[in-house]
Design a protein around this ligand. Structure first.
Ligand code: ACO
Length: 423
């Protein structure tokens, strides 16, 4: 294959370098395009745009492959655990047993929030959306850790921040849950694994199988290359904003229902279908109607066009949790019915729309007793190591630039201002 692409602009032909990744992905490097031709590229939603070179996560949407640092997601879900996967994503290699023990201790050492953050979390109305609380409290951590606000975090800073945010965000989520339910707080227990500790802080009990299922869920969410929230983290981080506001930006991007907010939206949709008589076919028709803005939540993905490998694993975790907790959720039957019909429906088949990771995650969270509006905050806990790894990679890339796309302007051309009495 040629190592250059030719671009014929009529009066000029230029050659653009072709870049190839370690899994054979090819890109045309247009970094000199504007300087040499005056042209920019236009790519709504960045559907064809590689925003960076990255060694964190590989996914192939056509083949349904997802690997963190080269390790297949199926193997990690089966045999690893969330903290180990977090380390792998952040540092690029699996930890030694000593590194793992120390890392767990370090994360546990951040199971206390600054008093001001505790007060802040407790000040929100009980009905506040947990994503707003989490985003705000994460940004507000910057007020208590001024040493980390400089534009050039050191290696030691990055090591601490990684463990600190993994520890503290878990506490913010569980604290807001307990407070919003009018329940007493339960302190973190450093002896427990990450998910058992979280379940204890939330509910005062932690079944080993349920904790394992939650751990798998967090592993599946841990990174997903340049998705909307990871890209937001990179965009914010590219200005050398501090890590707290950078992660807060990621949380905000995740909140939307086309992204992480889909897990809440799936449950609300299943609830609505149940209330309206449980007719899955009616919901499918609505989703297909181009006049109707309704979409089948939990279906479709920007990159997975055959199946979402995470959805396959999550179905098994879902069955484990429902069986263990003896939950017979009618929503699951509606979900299964919807999936079955959609997978046979020409509209969905033609557009390659399959259930994504969020189609089943909400059912697990519901079975665990987590309120619907808290589902996306659970996704934050899972995605946090991914955001941090993307941020670290960005900040260590000496060729990284501030993200500043261009546009094709379509507004009014120059005109003269008229004072109020002249209009
Ligand atoms: N229900 C009905 N139709 C759909 C759906 C859906 N869930 N998703 C896509 N389509 C249709 C579109 O209307 C479009 O149809 P057209 O070609 O006739 O115009 C076609 O499928 C292609 O869809 P796009 O919106 O162009 O695909 P895009 O890659 O931009 O969007 C997205 C992907 C946002 C995930 C979309 O599929 C969607 O909105 N899904 C529902 C929300 C959801 O589950 N989000 C979670 C994603 S996973 C995650 O972030 C963790």
């Amino acid at each position: 294959m040629a190592d250059k692409a030719k671009l014929d602009l009529g009066d000029k032909v230029i050659e653009l370098p072709i870049v190839e990744g370690s899994e054979g992905e090819k890109a045309i490097d247009i970094s000199r395009l504007r300087a040499e031709t005056g042209f920019i590229t236009l790519d709504n939603g960045f559907v064809n745009t590689g925003s960076c070179m990255s060694g964190v996560t590989f996914l192939n949407g056509e083949k349904g492959i997802l690997r963190y640092r080269g390790y297949p997601i199926e193997q990690l879900a089966e045999s690893s655990n969330f903290l180990e996967v977090s380390w792998l994503l952040y540092y690029g290699e699996l930890p030694s047993s000593t590194e793992m023990v120390n890392f767990k201790k370090k994360v546990s050492s951040f199971s206390k929030l600054p008093e001001g953050i505790e007060k802040l979390v407790d000040t929100f109305p009980k009905t506040a959306h947990p994503m707003g609380v989490l985003s705000c409290a994460t940004a507000a951590l910057s007020a208590y850790y001024e040493d980390f606000l400089g534009p050039q975090p050191t290696k030691e800073d990055k090591d601490v921040l990684f463990a600190q945010l993994l520890g503290q965000l878990k506490v913010i989520v569980s604290r807001f849950y307990r407070k919003s339910q009018g329940l007493d707080l339960i302190a973190s227990n450093p002896e427990l694994d990450y998910c058992s500790d979280f379940l204890m802080m939330m509910f005062g009990e932690a079944d080993a199988d349920v904790a394992k299922a939650l751990d798998v869920l967090l592993i599946l969410h841990a990174d997903h290359e340049q998705n909307c929230s990871a890209s937001t983290v990179r965009v914010v981080g590219s200005s050398h904003a501090n890590i707290f506001s950078t992660i807060s930006g990621g949380i905000d991007a995740l909140w939307g229902q086309l992204h992480g907010g889909a897990n809440q939206a799936v449950l609300e949709m299943l609830d609505e279908i149940t209330t309206e008589g449980g007719d899955a076919a009616k919901a499918l028709e609505k989703a297909k109607d181009k006049e109707d803005p309704f979409k089948l939540m939990g279906f479709g993905h920007r990159v997975y066009k055959n199946f979402d490998p995470r959805a396959k694993i999550i179905k098994v975790a879902c069955d484990t949790v429902l069986e263990k907790l003896k939950v017979n959720d009618p929503l699951l039957n509606i979900a299964k019915g919807l999936e079955e019909q959609a997978l046979k429906d020409e509209y969905f088949v033609k557009r390659k729309l399959y259930p994504n990771v969020d189609f089943y995650s909400g059912i697990i969270y519901k079975a665990l007793g987590i309120p619907t509006n808290m589902f996306t905050a659970m996704f934050v806990l899972g995605r946090l190591p991914g955001w941090l790894s993307q941020w670290k990679e960005l900040r260590e890339d000496t060729s990284a630039k501030i993200c500043r796309p261009r546009q094709i302007y379509t507004g009014a051309t120059e005109r003269n201002y008229k004072k109020l009495d002249e209009r």
